[in-house]
Design a protein around this ligand. Structure first.
Ligand code: FAD
Length: 631
């Protein structure tokens, strides 16, 4: 029989983590196998049909800057785009797109099918092939392949596990429950059983989704319409609005006192309150029954009615995820304005699943106890497509680098939100589904959506993640930015000239002396595009991306320089490596509690050690003294 069964990297799971992992590994030249339950559900959005949002949009841009698929797929599938926080500073501005579910899947599948070095195979994975080893750090075994449900053995030196909510997945709708990976999909029971036998800390989490509604049964005439933004944002650095399909409106309704009464009266039938669900749910995406109980003083919650796609009537009512019984779902849905005759096409449900304590991972996302085995996505305790995709890209990249004998790479906290995400997970762990926010990043002025390419594309190119066309587009942009910055240094507006008069007319500024453009740019009322129109109309025709970048860098130069100085100072210590074999019992002066935490977490660097909760600056000083004595 001629059938390829030996690869460099095997990725298990074709969700958001798995697809980016497989693409990243294959882009770097590793022969890669993506094994998933169902090829038709590659890139499936299990819950809301939307990509991006606060913090998450930043992740999408970073994935895109590193050559990933999510940004381009969101452009090809986005049917309603917005820039959130558009009136706030550039650090917290975030792109969000409502996506046509089907178009998104098509875009991801097309990317996967056209990726050289990548093989797809539809089959559940039931087991890992492990081989005892010595000298693989703290690991005593090495993964060498996987075994599928049909008993096919596939071999590889690296395996990336991205099985999402499927491990021992249990779906709840009121008092009823059954095993499932998500609605309509089987759970991964055998694999879950096998992984529970391995030396990983396993926990249970839960998440939920709302009932879907047939849009033809909604009375839109009573609802407020919400159009997308103009100008329309674009996700990918290579994208344009021409990539976007037809655009549609979202709508808004809200719960009311009657809705809340129905929910209150039926709480005893919710598995969340009856004790049937033991997993912890996402704090920032609570179910409607959670909201009604937690915010009992509020008599209304907004519900965003989001279209599921261009070729379907189904809509996603964002804000009423639930695990209440189906009859209660019908009653509370129909209590809302515009939904009086609403027909539910799919009941809402909650799902419980196994996850693994991410403190058992290295920064590369390799598990500490099984060499060559990487975990990415929801199984690391995160929630969200973007968080999963970001981890997938890094795990896939590092799985491929390991096979080639190259050092692992993970961005630092000051380089990318992806770095913040992974560092938070591996040093702090999580007790509830973790999602990204801009507030999690201490260097958010630097980590903006607009400059993810300038932060990451060159690094991605060196590691083989960025193809020629992206590299060329990036290089042209980066050159144009530098050239415009240099040109601005030599441009002035002089007092009592037509340029000064035009400036006064557009901004109200009157000049008492000549001013350099770079100084004028720092004034809040001055926009660079406008300034260029007045002073040098030729430059005003440069791409908006270039002008915006120079404007942001110019306006925030002082703050950015100060932040960089802070980063440089901390970096000198943060990167000091802590050996896997460091015996913390020999570090003098540490409290028992801190010693225990270091021994348990085994931080890889001083930076990671300092971010373990309860670790004081004094303890870090003791550790530094110890390392100095040893050297
Ligand atoms: P998934 O997207 O779940 O993909 C896992 C993949 O692995 C699937 O393709 C599956 O078929 C495959 N697979 C599983 N086991 C095996 C096996 N043994 N062999 C082969 N293939 C296998 N996120 C939010 O941000 N907000 C929300 O409100 C939200 N609500 C959710 C509600 C529900 C009901 C669900 C199910 C998910 C929800 N999510 C939500 C989470 C979001 O769907 C995930 O964060 C995201 O999809 C995780 O991506 P992933 O790649 O880790 O896993």
């Amino acid at each position: 029989m001629q059938y390829p069964t030996v690869f460099d990297v095997i990725v298990v799971g074709g969700g958001h983590a798995g697809t980016e992992a497989a693409l990243a590994a294959a882009r770097t030249g590793a022969s890669t196998l993506l094994l998933t339950h169902n090829i038709d559900t590659l890139g499936q959005m299990s819950c809301n049909p939307a990509i991006g949002g606060i913090g998450k949009g930043h992740l999408v841009r970073e994935i895109d800057a590193l050559g990933g698929a999510m940004g381009m797929a969101a452009d090809q599938a986005g049917i309603h785009f917005r820039t959130l926080n558009s009136r706030k500073g550039p650090a917290v501005r975030a792109t969000r797109a409502q996506a046509d579910r089907q178009l998104y899947r098509v875009a991801i599948r097309k990317t996967l099918e056209n990726q050289p070095n990548l093989t797809l195979f539809q089959q559940a994975v039931d087991d890992l092939i492990l081989t005892p080893v010595s000298g693989a750090g703290s690991a005593e075994v090495q993964v060498t392949g996987v075994i599928t449900q049909l008993g096919v053995h596939f071999h590889a030196r690296s395996v990336v596990m991205t099985v999402g909510t499927f491990l021992a997945g249990k779906i709840h709708v009121g008092e009823a429950n059954h095993a499932g990976g998500r609605a309509g999909d089987p759970p991964a029971m055998t694999l879950a059983h096998r992984l529970r036998e391995m030396p990983f800390e396993t926990g249970r989490l839960k998440t939920g989704t709302p009932p879907r509604i047939d849009g033809r049964t909604i009375d839109y005439s009573t609802l407020q319409a919400q159009p997308g933004d103009t100008p329309r944002p674009v996700f990918s650095y290579l994208g344009s609005v021409d990539d976007h399909p037809e655009q549609v409106h979202c709508h808004i309704t809200e719960t009311n006192q009657r809705t809340h009464d129905i929910i209150q009266n039926n709480l005893h039938r919710s598995p969340l309150f009856s004790g049937d669900i033991e997993g912890v749910g996402p704090r920032y995406c609570p179910s409607i029954e959670d909201k009604v109980v937690r915010f009992a003083d509020k008599d209304s919650h907004q519900v965003f009615i989001e279209p599921e796609g261009l070729n379907t009537h189904e809509v996603y009512p964002n804000g009423i995820s639930t695990s209440l019984p189906f009859d209660v779902q019908i009653e509370y849905v129909q209590s809302m304005r515009g939904f009086e005759k609403a027909h539910i096409t799919r009941p809402g449900y909650a799902i419980e699943y196994d996850f693994f304590d991410p403190r058992g991972l290295r920064a590369s996302l390799e598990t500490k106890t099984v060499a060559g085995l990487y975990f990415a996505g929801q199984i690391n305790g995160t929630t969200g497509y973007e968080e999963a995709a970001a981890q997938g890209l890094i795990a896939g990249l590092n799985a491929a680098r390991q096979v080639k004998g190259l050092d692992a790479w993970t961005p630092r906290r000051d380089e990318a939100y992806i770095g913040v995400l992974i560092d938070d997970l591996i040093t702090r762990g999580t007790r509830e589904p973790y999602r990204m926010f801009t507030s999690r990043a201490e260097y958010r002025l630097k980590l903006r959506e607009d400059n993810a390419d300038l932060r990451l594309t060159e690094l991605g190119r060196h590691m083989g993640l960025v193809n020629d066309s992206r590299w060329q587009a990036f290089s042209e942009k980066a050159e144009a930015v530098e050239s415009l910055k240099a040109t601005l240094q030599g441009l002035w507006v002089r007092k009592d000239t037509p340029e000064a008069a035009a400036l006064n007319e557009h901004t109200g500024l009157s000049l008492s002396r000549e001013r350099r453009l770079t100084d004028l740019l720092k004034m809040p009322e001055v926009r660079l595009a406008q300034l260029l129109e007045i002073v040098s109309p030729d430059l005003a025709s440069l791409p908006a991306q270039v002008i915006d970048q120079v404007e942001i860098q110019g306006k925030y130069a002082g703050y950015l320089d100060r932040q960089q100085a802070d980063i440089d100072k901390t970096l000198t210590q943060q990167d000091i490596v802590l050996s896997d074999s460091l015996d913390y019992a020999t570090v003098g002066g540490l409290s028992n509690e801190v010693r225990q935490k270091f021994t348990e977490h085994r931080p890889g660097t001083i930076g990671q050690a300092s971010r373990i909760s309860g670790v004081t600056p004094a303890a870090i000083s003791l550790l530094l003294v110890h390392l100095k004595k040893q050297s």
